[in-house]
Ligand binder design. Sequence first.
Ligand code: UDP
Ligand code: MG
Length: 327
Amino acid sequence: MNRLFCVIPCYNEEAVLPETSRRLQNKMESLIKSGKISEDSRVIFVNDGSKDNTWNMISELHDKNPLFQGINLSKNMGHQNALLAGLMTAKDLCDAAISMDADLQDDIDAIDEMVEKFLAGADVVYGVRSKRTTDTFFKRFTAESYYKLVNALGAKTVYNHADYRLMSRRALLGLSEFGEVNLFLRGIVPMVGYNVDYVYYERAERFAGESKYPLKKMLSFAIEGITSLSTKPIKIITGLGMFIFFVSIVVLIYSLIRHFTGNTIPGWTTTVLSVWAIGGLIMISLGVIGEYIGKIYLETKNRPRFIIESYIADENDEAVFKKNEHR
Ligand code: UDP
Ligand code: MG
């Protein structure tokens, strides 16, 4: 029988949790009733250092219904790390795990189809947004251009797919082999391989509460995505440097010819311009290189990607939760 786990990262989500848990409960119960998933399937809420009542609510949910379990991170560690904490706990307990945002932007009804595709043999089922009409124009434009950019830079991500996906146990075990600290799951999951399938859904508006991704976080997430997956920016800079070097040789030959034919005019404009242009290029290059050195620095430190402070689980599952507690 197939044991399904849903992993939901939650950061200050008290406004949506009651509705999210209600809908998830209905969904899980109907799947259990239809015999597609086993009765001991579970939902894991990962509390990512919320400052509001989220953790207490998760604990109350568990008291009312053992379907709900919880992981409490020791502080806010970010969406990706929270998700990983949940998935790495689920991998030793489930046959398949679905990751989903807490805010109900991902259509819960797509779970049926994901499970269907899993039962048909898929190891990774990506939830893909068929439309983004509910996102603001700005968010849609930046997100879609970003997907294109990341793919052009050589990292394979699934277009219009966020972190709503199903992964089989063996895909999760594959994921656990990736030890990177700079975590960008969307780029890593496609590297795991196995059988892949897609489910399309319409992205809804956030049910309640505010986005936990302000522009600043979104930008750093975007840069993270590129530099943690691809080294192409370095290659582009090198190519650019070579090109400019080539141009400078041409300019040198040209100015020598002018010099010897005797009609030189002191070129103030070109001098000033080139100083600025090259200065700018050097600074960009240093910035890009610095970005990667920062990454290397963090990877070599081998810091933990998440730290679990406490958990709520059934007796049967407790051992696995405990094992992950001090990581
Ligand atoms: N989230 C988290 N830690 C964070 C920020 C966000 O666990 O530091 C969770 C959040 O609770 C939600 C999901 O990540 O379940 C996606 O966040 P949000 O919906 O705010 O992002 P958006 O949809 O606006 O990009
Ligand atoms: Mg959202």
